[in-house]
Design a protein around this ligand. Sequence first.
Ligand code: NDP
Length: 294
Amino acid sequence: MQIIDGKKVASEIKNELKIQIDELKKSGKNVPGLVAILVGDNPASHIYVSSKSKACQEIGMRSVVEKLSSSISQNDLIELINKYNQDENYHGILVQLPLPKHIDEEKIIESISPQKDVDGFHPISVGNLLIGKDTFVSCTPAGIQELLKRYNINTQGKHVVVVGRSNIVGKPVANLLLQKNQYANAIVTVCHSAANDLSFYTRQADILIAAIGKAEMIKADMVKEGVVVIDVGINRIEDPSNKKGYKIVGDVSFDEVSKKASYITPVPGGVGPMTIAMLLNNTFKAYKKLGGWN
Ligand code: NDP
């Protein structure tokens, strides 16, 4: 059994990007830039945005965080996004979700220029992914594919079972691995809460992707010997032995499932770090597409 070390791969990706950005700086060129827009006081959103901004700084990318009051109107938020749609110094625009209830998330996502949609949530990006066109793929699914690629895990003709059908993980990762290309071309099954007997499906998986949001739900008797397990879940459970009183676990019961798996991602340190690395990667891609490279 091999652990898929997302922390290590994410750090390799960041180093690769940093080398390219250092070169740009040396030749006096503009560097890629990412704006993160944060509305309101959600503590988790603040943590996510600050780690994204820190990651940009680490690799020499320009980064700005727009911190806005939760009372901002939808129109004012769209106006700010429009400003960054026009700003040549910023190639990626990220609006941290969730947004306050009076703001229509779909309208906000649609107001981001598809050329700067580094989160890959814009309907144009989603549609392009579906029809197999080069596009911005949302960061967690892109990170999952990158892990499979870097660990040389063959997906061709393999049965990938995805548990979860959210718009940010389940559906896009299923679409990504379904595409007819070298790092995909899988036979994909997507499960959700209406599955009567989930293990009927999960036991067939060559590659199991768990994006459920339920702590340690996937047990050893739900998988077959040799399965590759990608655990997307991030769940907090009580742990009196920990100073904080809790610990973070995935959707997979790591101790028991790892005994049957050929590869498995740990939580933390698996898929999580890849999400930010792929955001940086997408921002670099936007920069190149927008002509910053020339
Ligand atoms: P959602 O809550 O949006 O989706 C969960 C999915 O799991 C739904 O499709 C739901 O089905 C399905 N589900 C729930 N219970 C069951 C069940 N008993 N059997 C089968 N399917 C079930 O979650 P997200 O996709 O946003 O996130 C999933 C997990 O991944 C969370 O723990 C989240 O924190 C984590 N996450 C981690 C990221 C990272 O960077 N590592 C990034 C994003 C998320 P239905 O559609 O029918 O309700």
